[in-house]
Every structure is written in structure tokens, then in C-alpha cells.
Write a protein that binds this ligand. Structure first.
Ligand SMILES: [Fe+2]
Ligand SMILES: [Fe+2]
Length: 136
């Protein structure tokens, strides 16, 4: 069980690398890109930013955080709440009616998700490894 969780943390860290690459693709769109260009880019990164991100945050919410229990206290609730916001901005990025709404959602998503992943990597995952006795 503990070994599985330590492996899961490693997998989550690897997925962060993929998410950063996908966010960079969205962030590097040329100024004045139209909806067709944006949609094509979003399609290319959908495996990471839609299904992948949903699975990723679900694994954190339903497997990692509950397994750590009291070890992380209220910190896990903060991360879980951020997952809700992250998915909402991601949905806006993919579904909003206008390009300006989508680009604004993309900017919000990038800012929130980068900060979120950084805190997971610098604080949450090391604490989780310590709780699991796997070192920090
Ligand atoms: Fe997360
Ligand atoms: Fe994560």
C-alpha cells in the first residue's frame, strides 16, 4: 500500500511535466490567433488537459489525500478546492463561446495550475513522502 502510494506520487510528478508542456503550448499561441488555431491546439493537448487532468486530480483527491489522512490536516482540503477551480477554468478554456473568454480562461488556468503544481511539488509531495516514511 505504502509502496503503491510512493509510486503514485512519482507518477503525479511525471504528469506535472506533461501538464506544464501542454500549458506552454496554449500559452505560446501567437498574438491574434483565431478560434480555429486555438481549437486545433486544444485538441492536440486534450489528452493531457482534459482526461489526463481529470484523472490526475481525482487520483490526488480520492487516493493520495485520503490515504494520508490526518497527516496533512487541512492542507489537503485547500488543494482539493483548487482542483475544482482548475477544472472550471479548464472547462471555460475548452467551452467558452468567444476567443477572448477562452484566452482569459487560459491565462487564469496557467497561473493557478503552475502555482498549484509548484506547491504540490515543494510542499505537499515531500510532506506526503515523510508521512509515508519514504523520506522527503
Ligand atoms: Fe493537484
Ligand atoms: Fe498534481
Amino acid at each position: 500500500m505504502t509502496t503503491d502510494l510512493v509510486d503514485l506520487i512519482g507518477q503525479l510528478e511525471h504528469e506535472h511535466v506533461e501538464v506544464r508542456a501542454a500549458l506552454a503550448r496554449v500559452g505560446e499561441l501567437p498574438a491574434g490567433a483565431d478560434l480555429a488555431v486555438l481549437t486545433a491546439t486544444l485538441d492536440e493537448v486534450a489528452a493531457v488537459l482534459v482526461a489526463g487532468l481529470d484523472q490526475h486530480s481525482a487520483a490526488e483527491d480520492t487516493v493520495l489525500f485520503p490515504a494520508l489522512g490526518e497527516g496533512l490536516g487541512a492542507v489537503a482540503e485547500t488543494f482539493a478546492a483548487e482542483h475544482v477551480d482548475i477544472r472550471a477554468w479548464r472547462d471555460q478554456l475548452y467551452q467558452a463561446a468567444t476567443i477572448s473568454e477562452r484566452l482569459a480562461a487560459g491565462a487564469e488556468l496557467r497561473g493557478l495550475l503552475h502555482a498549484h503544481m509548484e506547491r504540490e511539488e515543494n510542499m505537499l509531495f515531500p510532506s506526503a513522502r515523510a508521512v509515508l516514511g519514504a523520506g522527503g
